[in-house]
Design a protein around this ligand. Sequence first.
Ligand SMILES: C[S@@+](CC[C@H](N)C(=O)[O-])C[C@H]1O[C@@H](n2cnc3c(N)ncnc32)[C@H](O)[C@@H]1O
Length: 222
Amino acid sequence: MTNPSRPSFWAEKYQPDYPPPWDLGQAAPPFVEFLDAHPELTPGKTAVVGSGLGNDALLLAQRGFDVMGFDFVETAVARAIRAAADAGLSAKFLQRDVFELGNEFAQQFDFVVEHTCYCAIDPARRNDYVQAVYEILKPGGHFIGLFWCHDRQGGPPFGSDMKQVRDRLTTKFKILSFDLAQTSIESRQGQEYLGLFKKTLAIASQLQQSYKRVPQPVPYAL
Ligand SMILES: C[S@@+](CC[C@H](N)C(=O)[O-])C[C@H]1O[C@@H](n2cnc3c(N)ncnc32)[C@H](O)[C@@H]1O
């Protein structure tokens, strides 16, 4: 298998004039349901990570969010920019590696949204991925994730389960909700979980405290 951490792995899936195999041709229905159910979420500055052809970003832009989609494949970004222009929407798209976003966009977003990006990332990098999302959110910002948790071997999409995702996110976020999505497309039904997670100052400072408590090595006694 070529390396899914490299843009070239994904770039070859974006054949001209065809959607890539995972593309729904529309926003994921669980996001539509979620936004309808949460009118209290005031639209804000929003990053969509691994934004692909931009379907979910365009939904958010339609709902008044100030959206920036990030993907490291040039053709995906170009096609998403065209889709936004065709729809008359102001969503922006930039070619960036998610793991580098913290250098440029630290604490800039009210929302980060993910859909089949977690399962696209090499499992060995999942903690770094959660860290990257955490870094670009403002304190008090929300992470909205639709996680495809299947149990097939290999990947991408790499498998996971709800508990594993929950345990990983708990280290950085307060979990406001995390449930089986009810309106997944047929091939993902029963395997997709939609969550709303909050970057809280309390957890940030707890992490800092526990970091400070890491025992220091005892110097050699001579
Ligand atoms: C399975 S696709 C999902 C695309 C889109 N979210 C959707 O659901 O249609 C995963 C996307 O993440 C992008 N991607 C994977 N790793 C990335 C990284 N480190 N930085 C930026 N984009 C990445 C790929 O290029 C691909 O477009």
